[in-house]
Design a protein around this ligand. Structure first.
Ligand code: MEV
Length: 316
């Protein structure tokens, strides 16, 4: 059985985070500038069926798969994959690495799950169809946060721009005119689970107010999709700003993100917003389509304002 590797991209949510958990649409795109990678090698030197996992980012070095708790996300991804393919794992070593920052809204958890499912099923010579890959990654997402919408595992599995509505079949969308985003990491770690749980509590306390905010975000998403599909990139800036204002009212922004958003706009970005769970993590800024060279200046302004890392990414 030869060694097998899988590599999958990260993602950014362009519009609609949080409201998507409550049935509103959202738009997300893959980010190929970062990736989660899994490599599996047969290990004839190990006892039969022994599988050792190494994932430096979470402090695992040659950890036996069987010794990991039931709800360990990596172990769960492997176990669900073995169930789906109906096979046992021969003795093997699995290496997991990722350049996707953790707890930053770029889909690191979902990307590792998708890479693991692809690598394990591919290693066993039984690659799984994308619906099954995405469904397994969704089950693992539930460990990270109880009520995921499914957008992260979907966009990462299909690696295409996705117009996502919870519970509905995947719909991709086309980008008439490519556009450039600067993605900036605030450096504030922000587990999506906490932000999602806080929003749920707030929604339960004031369902009418929050329901109206989610619906308003849904309308922004529809306008943004029409602009992207129609090639009206310059309209996206104001829509990003509007989405950000609504996210602030929902309570998932924070002063650090708002400082970065202001810096990006000052440097010439057409619009900017947080991306993902918020409270920290990443924000995105739109580079004016008529002046793509501004990307460098916007990235520099973001770093000067405290961003720990910036990525200039072409959305196409
Ligand atoms: C996380 O990337 C996006 C959220 O909308 C949560 C979810 O959709 O599961 C905040």
């Amino acid at each position: 059985m030869p060694a097998y590797s899988a590599s999958v991209p990260g993602k950014v949510i362009l519009f609609g985070e949080h409201a998507v958990v409550y049935g509103q649409p959202a738009l997300a795109v893959p980010v190929a500038d970062v990736a989660a990678k899994v490599r599996i090698q047969p290990a004839p030197d190990l006892p039969r069926g022994e599988v050792l996992l190494t994932a430096p980012a979470v402090g695992l070095r040659d950890a036996s798969l069987n010794s990991l708790p039931e709800n360990d996300p990596l172990a769960k991804a492997v176990r669900l994959t073995l169930e789906a393919v109906g096979a046992h794992m021969p003795a093997a070593r699995i290496w997991i690495s990722s350049t996707i920052p953790v707890a930053a809204g770029l889909g690191s958890g979902a990307a590792v799950s998708v890479a693991l499912v692809r690598a394990v099923s591919g290693f066993l010579g039984k690659p799984l169809p994308p619906q099954t890959v995405s469904a397994i990654a969704y089950e693992v997402e539930k460990i990270h946060h109880g009520t995921p919408s499914g957008i992260d595992n979907t966009v990462i599995t299909y690696a295409k721009p996705v117009y996502f509505v919870r519970g509905e079949p995947i719909r991709t969308f086309s980008i008439a005119k490519p556009f450039t985003l600067v993605i900036a990491d605030s450096g504030v770690p922000a587990p999506t689970a906490e932000a999602v749980a806080d929003v749920r509590r707030a929604y339960q306390g004031e369902p009418k107010r929050y329901g109206a905010l989610f619906a308003a975000i849904g309308r922004v998403v529809e306008s943004a999709r029409a602009a992207i599909v129609g090639g009206a990139v310059e309209d996206l800036g104001a829509l990003m700003d509007e989405n950000q204002r609504l996210l602030e009212q929902i309570g998932v922004s924070c002063p650090t993100l708002e400082r970065l958003i202001a810096a990006a706009k000052q440097a010439g970005a057409l619009g900017a917003k947080l991306s993902g769970g918020g409270r920290g993590g990443n924000m995105i800024a739109l580079v004016p389509p008529q002046n793509p060279a501004l990307a460098g200046a916007i990235a520099e302004a973001l770093r000067a304002a405290g961003a720990v890392r910036t990525i200039v990414s072409l959305v196409k």
